[in-house]
Design a protein around this ligand. Sequence first.
Ligand code: SF4
Length: 193
Amino acid sequence: MKEKLLLHVCCGPCGTHSISVMKEKYDVTAYWYNPNIHPYGEYEKRLDSANIVARNLEVPLIEDDYEVENWFDQIKGFEEEPEGGKRCTICFAMRLKKTAEYAKEHGFKYVTTTMTISPHKNAELINKLGQFHCKNNGVKWIDSNFKKKDGFRRSVEMSKEMGLYRQRFCGCFYSRNPEGNNQEHQKNKDKQE
Ligand code: SF4
């Protein structure tokens, strides 16, 4: 019998190859917690993609809350950081902490994330943060670097086969529009209020 793995999925395209690989060894449940995706319409598009992948690969997908205000609180003071800087470290940590907590509460033995498939993300840092939060919650982190062994190329192929929406920016307002990000975020907030 396979052990239960909670796999944090950051978007559908990153889920494709990563879920396939982990399914070979584990009983995988995909876990969606990504309050870093803005605006809400973009969040919905990516969640739809993740659901398509989960259906295609026959794994359950758990959708957790869109705690967007909490995300903005956490990254406060680091808005202007370049991609790959401190804002991203906080963003990774927030999502991995929540994933580890969920795994503990719901009896998952193992945890990892699809985020390491991205050529733009620091897999070593993500693995360190994952190890830290899993240790704090008494669950086991599995180190990954899904982009290796042609993993990223395979994820692009699988995304095309499944007809997935493929985003052109990481997720937050700041990654979409590094020049005028604050104005755009403010406009969006004004519309929501
Ligand atoms: S660029 Fe990506 S990883 Fe960095 S803070 Fe924005 S959404 Fe998070």
